[in-house]
Design a protein around this ligand. Structure first.
Ligand code: GTP
Ligand code: MG
Length: 195
């Protein structure tokens, strides 16, 4: 999709604040600092539209970015941030659960993992959780510019094995730095929008 217009419509904390246009929504989830905002910025051709974190874990709202009056990207606050209190974590968990399990506009979730490392326990839990609710998933392994091209296959296999990756999910190596994988991610999103 050729993107010219993007607007942060709302940073929501409650369902009654979610947008009412009925456009399809694609959520981005992943631990804090994995690169959700950077992926969003790459997809919409902006350098720093979606906030990239100087303070990891800061984003504690569901940020609905309206794209071309056609869809929303929903930037979900990062999980697994150590300095967040147990109470904050529970609050966050409830908000995400409510959104994921009851939002009919949600057409798919992009689950980001760091291409360099084994998925964390939180990554695995999130992936299995989305699988359980039968939500279309694209696993994006980001920061791939930080590993040699010759090692990508090996990293992909390790990530898939750790996640117990299901054949119905999609996988894409990605880099916000080189924009590698951008077209493939867009293709997946456009396919979801038509469903
Ligand atoms: P929270 O909003 O805190 O959950 O973080 P986030 O997932 O939105 O991460 P963000 O996009 O802010 O990126 C975190 C850091 O990683 C920033 O310093 C980015 O510049 C860097 N980063 C993100 N993606 C890439 C990538 O593909 N390659 C490289 N080299 N750095 C990246
Ligand atoms: Mg962010």
């Amino acid at each position: 999709m050729e993107v010219h217009n993007v607007e942060l419509q709302i940073s929501a904390v409650r369902p009654d604040q979610y947008p009412e246009q009925g456009y399809p929504e694609i959520a981005l989830v992943g631990r804090s600092n994995v690169g959700k905002s950077s992926l969003t910025n790459t997809l919409i051709n902006r350098k720093s539209y979606a906030r990239t974190s100087s303070q990891p874990g800061k984003t504690q709202t569901l940020n609905f970015y309206r794209v071309e009056d056609q869809l929303f990207f929903v930037d979900v606050p990062g999980y697994g941030y150590a300095k967040v209190s147990q109470k904050e974590r529970e609050k966050w968990g409830k908000m995400i659960e409510k959104y994921i399990t009851s939002r009919k506009e949600l057409k798919g979730v992009i689950s980001l993992v760091d291409a360099r490392h084994e998925p964390t326990d939180d990554d695995i839990t999130m992936y299995q959780y989305l699988r359980y609710y039968d939500i279309p998933i694209l696993v994006v392994a980001t920061k791939s510019d930080k590993i040699a091209r010759g090692k990508w296959n090996q990293h992909e296999s390790k990530i898939k094995k750790a996640l117990d990756f299901d054949g119905s999910s999609a996988f894409q190596m990605f880099s916000a730095q080189t924009k590698m994988g951008k077209e493939e991610v867009w293709k997946w999103i456009e396919d979801r929008m038509g469903e």
